[in-house]
Design a protein around this ligand. Structure first.
Ligand code: NAD
Ligand code: RBV
Length: 500
């Protein structure tokens, strides 16, 4: 099984967890550090704590086995413990090789929550961890089983189950294992090799597993794109709740979260003076807006690249130039990709960049920047400055190089610690509400194998739960005013068409 090559010296592997700790002493220290930060985070996560209070003694997730694939950070640990407090059994892995905070992962393992995650996993280890997260291992009294609910971020866990089941169907019909072809990416090769190995041990594992899943709640824009494509093709095997498009997620986490954690990542990685520099943000959606604003606030001269005329016009209204990458590539000092699309900055572009210009991505996957192209320059062109910060020599004759952050993966989680607790409390409150809803409706026909958003009442409730902490006092509509604008006094206050 992939993962056999896990570095046993630094990874502490037990049947119920695999986390980073070289010794018992380090495990204890990390667990304490994690717990101390968790205690602080809880105070900053009023939405999650309100949900714990709302459901106290009710255990609405009793009996649910939840597998989560979402950055194993301190904030996520508070989510995991909230799900547990609501009655669920929880099992976790990260959704990115660089995003785990080891003290958070160790604190979860020490608290008895099966966790398979450490910072700087290899791709092989990453998919091994995902596989462990999906596999609810057998013990003396129980047979091996799988999750009945999934929390996903980017869709890798959902993909593994879907592709695993598809491969098992092919295997059942003609005994062939997934073919590994030269045109596949390194990651695809690893995934299909893992599925092939799994089939040889248990040829119906994912088929059984997929039948037990009542639904998935998806955290991020890119994961939602994947789910919508699957649903449209009639291939989605269970219902999905699109947490990303709750207003209290996309319009807060993606915007204000990135406004905080983008500069955090750039500064921790490089400590470069942002003021005065020319920065290009590719993509002016929610993440691009937060990123561009952060760079403007830091004193950079910012421009954006967009394909969508509406987003382009929004940028102009904020006083931000809209340009084409090709026209500015040789002049900018910082380039950030935030499109959720692929192939945004290619090797030929990088060859034109200024010496020591910084290139980073904050979109979900690592294909916005042409890392495969950079790899063709050879190992001698790649200089590690420190973990997650590399200088690639793009012109050997003059030694001109560029600084690439987090190897093209989302730099706010690779070079820093992701979004802070308060904004993640909004995102994760939606996750909890979605999980409770999927579990409540597990026997009903309310949800088909489609992608749903949560009702506005719940979105407003999530926002409401965060006001007190910031000392806000909401104005209350009078009966007459409510009637005049045609809403209920207690909300929802806007029609579904309203865009915030
Ligand atoms: P979005 O759809 O709101 O914005 C993406 C924008 O990129 C769109 O406006 C689109 O028109 C534009 N775009 C697409 N192709 C382009 C191209 N070739 N050139 C220029 N612009 C292009 O999505 P979003 O919510 O902003 O999310 C963007 C990405 O960030 C997704 O992958 C999402 O999953 C991820 N995300 C990351 C974090 C994080 O913490 N790092 C947080 C939230 C979302
Ligand atoms: N994200 N999580 C964190 N601190 O745990 N920070 C950012 C954290 C999520 C965010 O919700 C986004 O949609 C997703 O990471 C992209 O993978």
């Amino acid at each position: 099984m992939p993962g056999q090559d896990i570095d046993q010296k630094s990874i502490r592997q037990r049947p119920n967890y695999a986390v980073s700790a070289k010794s018992d002493e380090e495990f204890k220290q990390l667990a304490k550090f994690g717990r101390d930060e968790l205690d602080i985070a809880e105070v900053e996560m009023p939405g999650l704590i309100a949900l714990r209070e709302q459901y106290e003694g009710k255990k609405p997730l009793k009996g649910a086995r939840i597998s989560g694939s979402l950055h194993m950070t301190i904030q996520t640990a508070v989510l995991m413990e909230t799900l547990k407090e609501l009655g669920a059994s929880v099992r976790w892995c990260s959704c990115n090789v660089f995003s785990t905070q080891d003290h958070a992962a160790v604190a979860m393992a020490a608290a008895g929550i099966p966790t398979f995650a450490w910072k700087r996993e290899s791709l092989r280890e990453y998919w091994w961890c995902t596989y462990q997260c999906a596999t609810w291992a057998a013990d003396d009294s129980k047979e091996e089983t799988g999750p009945n609910l999934i929390v996903d971020d980017g869709g890798d866990l959902t993909l593994l189950i879907h592709e695993g089941r598809r491969a098992e169907e092919i295997y059942a019909s003609n005994q062939t294992l997934p073919e590994i072809t030269a045109s596949m990416s390194d990651e695809e090769k690893i995934v299909y090799e893992l599925i092939g190995n799994s089939i040889q041990v248990d040829p119906t594992k994912f088929t059984r597993m997929s039948k037990g899943v009542f639904g998935v709640s998806e955290e991020t824009t890119t994961g939602v794109h994947r789910l919508v494509q699957m649903a449209n093709a009639g291939k989605l095997l269970f219902p999905a709740i699109n947490v990303n498009d709750s207003v209290t997620k996309a319009k807060f986490d993606n915007v204000y979260g990135c406004r905080h954690s983008l500069p955090d990542g750039i500064m921790r990685a490089t400590d470069v003076m942002i003021a005065g520099k020319r920065a290009l943000v590719c993509g002016y959606g929610d993440v691009g807006k937060g990123s561009a604003q952060a760079l403007v606030n830091a004193g950079a001269r910012v421009c954006v690249a967009e394909v969508d005329p509406i987003c382009a016009l929004q940028a102009l209204m904020e006083g931000i130039d809209v340009v084409r990458l090709a026209d500015v590539i040789s002049d900018v000092d910082i380039i950030i990709t935030a499109t959720g699309n692929k192939g945004i900055v290619m090797l030929d572009d990088m060859k034109k960049m200024k010496n020591n210009a910084i290139l980073g991505n904050i979109g979900h996957f690592d294909n916005e920047i042409d890392m495969a192209g950079l790899a063709t320059l050879g190992e001698e062109a790649k200089h590690k400055i420190k973990d997650e910060v590399h200088r690639f020599i793009v012109d050997p004759e003059t030694n001109r190089g560029i600084i690439v952050l987090a190897e093209g993966r989302l730099l706010n989680l690779g070079c820093a610690t992701g979004h802070p607790s308060f904004v993640m409390s909004c995102s994760f409150s939606n996750q909890v509400v979605a999980q409770v809803e999927l579990w409540k409706e597990k026997g009903s026909t309310k949800y088909k194998n489609q992608v749903y958003v949560l009702p506005k009442e719940l979105d407003e409730a999530v926002a409401r739960a965060h006001l007190g902490k910031l000392g806000a006092k909401l104005t209350v509509l009078t009966d007459e005013q409510a009637k005049y604008i045609g809403v209920k006094k207690e909300g929802p206050y806007k029609p579904d068409t309203y865009r915030y």
